[in-house]
Structures are given as structure tokens and as C-alpha cells.
Design a protein around this ligand. Structure first.
Ligand SMILES: Cc1cc2nc3c(=O)[nH]c(=O)nc-3n(C[C@H](O)[C@H](O)[C@H](O)COP(=O)(O)OP(=O)(O)OC[C@H]3O[C@@H](n4cnc5c(N)ncnc54)[C@H](O)[C@@H]3O)c2cc1C
Length: 421
């Protein structure tokens, strides 16, 4: 039988690799040597790091705080983020030889513009610290046996025994990367709960067949995407690049809005996704523009500020002939067009699912963890980190920052000497 390990990290993604590194470093700092193994079911390690940010890996964002996240309470999220902030992430990667650069959007990428640099640096640090990364080694189940954990492989390999476990199996997004939600079952078997709702987030939305948006594939423009309750209350709004596709909508604004829309719709079937194609303008301001066309055509005026294909589609949807000139634009169609431009209600059929979702909303609630160590309150010796927790962030590097911070706290917490010695 293999010796009992000090620490087994389940899942060698962003959070798991950070936990393993932080655990091994913390032990070294206190003059101890611990045996750390990271187990991952995937055939290729770090798939998500490699695909992230279009292959450039958006490692973090220059301004991270709890307001960029949803799920557990802001106070709980803040506590973990503060334990390992953006400056520490930058310093951590610099120490590993990865310089980060900040782009205009506030996103930080490696100067190489190559995600491989990030993954290679993490794996190199694991090797330096003597961490064994064992893969493909899919965990089927974990059970507590006295003061240790027995980790059973899904393929019948000999079990791994460890005094401490960090569960960092991610969520359900991009299941072919190895993150298929099995970690939730492992957490539940160890006594944790998971949120009643586990839904895709940062996910493109499928618009009802026949809607004009689907005929505008490739059109992209800055727009405000708002989630509105049936009573008209603004629940969330994001102004950013918006992309029309053959199935519906994507782009940062839509991805950010998606989790709010999908949640709202479950509580309130009348909840709507509403787009203002001219951010900053209102129904009144556009109605006034349309009333003062003078000799210009409707299309001529809209084309100045919107892609022509969209301008034409908005006219058609409002029943306005695009060549209409000032005086002949009747009140009813004019108002319909002003509504279409600034408050376009988009009928959403569904979302594109976990295959296309960048993250998962929902998971293990943070109130089941001691946030100073990410240790389970229900199963001492078990720590959790990353997307398996009930925290999802906006697009822009926030999700990795959550993984780095949680991995750091969990790894150090798990490497601390146990009270018994
Ligand atoms: C296409 C795409 C692009 C993205 N781009 C960005 C970006 O640029 N910036 C950003 O901040 N975020 C981005 N994200 C989100 C980010 O990748 C995740 O939030 C982050 O990877 C979560 O880290 P994690 O370690 O918690 O989980 P994961 O990265 O999902 O890692 C979990 C690991 O656990 C393993 N695992 C799961 N179950 C088992 C099991 N039973 N046994 C053994 N191993 C198991 C998996 O194989 C996987 O390696 C992107 C996501 C996607 C899908």
C-alpha cells in the first residue's frame, strides 16, 4: 500500500495547481517537507488555461473586487480575494518568469500572448517543489477514514490516501476539458451541499428562430444589454461589445448578462433581455432625433451610428421604410423605431449550454467553509477552491483571480501542521 500523503489535490486546473504550489511552499517556509500529489482526470493538463482568452490566457484584471462576482455573499467573496490580491498574482507569476501586461480593457495577459507560458510556468514550479502531478487519474469517490481520506480512482487504480485534501474539480463548463461536475457529487458525499441551482454562466444566448438578430451574423457593436423583470425593474446591465451570431447573441455584454437572465427567468417567466443598441441614448433622445430628420432619410441618420445591416433590420421590425424622410415619418412607426433602437426586447429561447459556457454559476456555498483556510466546516481536513465554490465572476480575468486566490488560501490552509502534530 502506498504511504499516506500529506496533501492530495483533486483537479490540476488553475485552483488546484495554485493550491499544490502554495501548500508545498508553505511547508518549506516552515522548514517542513510534505508530500503533495495533484490528481487530474484529463489526458491533457490545463485545457482551460490553454483555451482561455482566445489562447492568450487572461490571467487576471487590474481592478478586482467582490462587485465583479455573484453567487455567495460579497463579504465572503471579498475575504478570499483580499487574501491574495491582483498585486500578489502579478508578483507570483513574475517570480515564475511570467511577465503580465495590462491592456486598455484592464485585462492582464502574459507578455508572450501565449497561454502555454502560464501553464508551463505552473507545471515547472510543481516540479521544482517536488509535487507529483498524476494524470490521467480520474477520482471516482473520496471517503473519510479516521483522520485521513481514501481517494478511489474511477478506473480501478490503487487508491490514494492523504491526510488533507483540496477539492478543486471546477464546475461543469467545457466538460470535454475534464470538468464535468463530478466534483459536486464528491463534495456532497463528504457532507457538503450544493446550491439548488447550478447553471451555465458567461454563456451565449439562443434567440428565437426568425428574429432579425439571427440574420445579422457577424455584426458587432457596443451596446447595453439589460436584464429586466416582468415589472420593468432593471436587474443587471452591461455595456460592452455585443455580437450577433447565426444562433443569437454573444460578446462580453451578453456573456456577462447571461447568468442574471437565466436566473431571473427561473423566478420570473416574464423577465426579459433588452438591448439598447446606442448606449447612452434614451427612447426620448432618439425619438427627438427622428422627429428632426429634416431632409435626411431614417436610414441615413441611423447608419451614422449603427451598422447598416442592423439599422435596416430595426427599420423593418418597426414597420418603417428606411428611405422615409423627415416629414413623412408617422408617429406610431417613429416611436416603434425609437423603442427598437433603445429598448429592443430580444426573445431568448435558451442558452448554448456548458459546452460553450465559460463558467458555472452555483456550487458549494462559501458559508460551509472557513474562509481563512477554505477548510470545510463539515469535514475537517477537506479544503475547497476554485469554480466548485458558489462564486462566478464577470468576463475579464475575474474567474482566474478567484481560482488563484482560493487555491492560495486552500493550499496554505491544507499544509498547516495539524493540531495533533
Ligand atoms: C473557453 C473558456 C475561456 C475562458 N477564459 C478565461 C479567461 O481568459 N480568464 C478568466 O479569468 N477565466 C476564463 N475562463 C474561466 C476559467 O477558465 C475558470 O474559471 C477556471 O479555469 C476555474 O479553475 P478551476 O481550477 O476551479 O477549475 P478547472 O479549470 O475547470 O479545473 C478543474 C480540473 O479538475 C479536473 N477534474 C474534474 N473532475 C475530476 C475528477 N473527478 N477527478 C480528477 N480530476 C478532475 C479537470 O480535469 C480540470 O483539470 C474561461 C473558461 C472557458 C471554458
Amino acid at each position: 500500500m502506498d504511504p499516506v500523503l500529506d496533501l492530495a489535490v483533486i483537479g490540476a486546473g488553475a485552483a488546484g495547481l495554485m493550491a499544490a504550489i502554495s501548500g508545498a511552499r508553505a511547508a518549506r517556509e516552515s522548514g517542513r517537507s510534505i508530500r503533495v500529489v495533484a490528481l487530474d482526470g484529463a489526458r491533457t493538463l490545463g485545457a482551460k488555461i490553454l483555451v482561455a482568452g482566445g489562447g492568450r490566457c487572461n490571467v487576471t484584471h487590474h481592478a478586482v473586487d467582490e462587485s465583479a462576482y455573484a453567487g455567495s455573499t460579497p463579504g465572503a467573496i471579498r475575504k478570499v480575494l483580499r487574501a491574495f490580491d491582483v498585486a500578489r498574482t502579478v508578483a507570483f507569476f513574475r517570480e515564475l518568469g511570467v511577465e503580465l501586461k495590462r491592456e486598455e480593457t484592464g485585462k492582464l495577459f502574459p507578455v508572450t500572448d501565449d497561454a502555454r507560458t502560464v501553464l508551463d510556468a505552473l507545471l515547472r514550479e510543481c516540479r521544482r517543489l517536488g509535487i507529483e502531478v498524476r494524470y490521467p487519474w480520474r477520482v471516482g469517490s473520496v471517503r473519510a477514514e479516521g483522520d485521513r481520506f481514501v481517494i478511489e480512482s474511477a478506473s480501478g487504480a490503487d487508491p490514494v490516501r492523504a491526510r488533507r485534501v483540496v477539492l478543486a474539480t471546477g464546475g461543469r463548463s467545457l466538460p470535454r476539458s475534464g470538468s464535468d461536475g463530478h466534483g459536486y457529487a464528491i463534495a456532497r458525499a463528504l457532507g457538503h451541499s450544493t446550491t439548488e441551482r447550478i447553471l451555465p454562466a458567461l454563456v451565449p444566448l439562443v434567440v428565437r428562430d426568425g428574429h432579425f438578430v439571427r440574420s445579422l451574423s457577424g455584426v458587432t457593436l457596443p451596446a447595453t444589454v439589460e436584464v429586466r423583470s416582468a415589472t420593468g425593474k432593471r436587474l443587471a446591465a452591461f455595456t460592452n461589445s455585443t455580437l450577433c451570431t447565426h444562433f443569437g447573441l454573444s460578446g462580453p455584454s451578453v456573456l456577462d448578462a447571461s447568468r442574471y437572465y437565466l436566473h431571473a427567468r427561473l423566478d420570473d417567466p416574464g423577465a426579459a433581455l433588452v438591448i439598447n443598441w446606442l448606449p447612452g441614448e434614451s427612447f426620448e433622445s432618439i425619438d427627438a432625433v427622428l422627429q428632426n430628420l429634416g431632409p435626411r432619410t431614417v436610414l441615413g441618420v441611423l447608419r451614422d451610428r449603427l451598422p447598416e445591416r442592423l439599422a435596416r433590420a430595426l427599420c423593418e421590425s418597426a414597420g418603417v421604410d428606411p428611405s422615409t424622410r423627415g416629414a413623412s415619418l408617422a408617429r406610431g412607426p417613429r416611436r416603434a423605431l425609437a423603442h427598437g433602437v433603445t429598448g429592443c426586447v430580444i426573445p431568448i429561447d435558451s442558452d448554448r449550454g456548458y459546452t460553450y459556457a465559460e463558467v458555472t454559476a452555483g456550487g458549494v456555498p462559501l458559508d460551509e467553509l472557513d474562509l481563512a483556510t477554505m477548510e470545510s466546516r463539515v469535514r475537517p481536513g477537506l479544503h475547497l477552491a476554485g469554480e466548485i465554490c458558489d462564486v462566478d465572476g464577470r468576463i475579464g480575468g475575474f474567474n482566474f483571480q478567484w481560482a488563484w486566490a482560493g487555491g492560495f488560501v486552500a493550499g496554505r490552509g491544507a499544509a498547516a501542521p495539524s493540531p495533533a502534530g
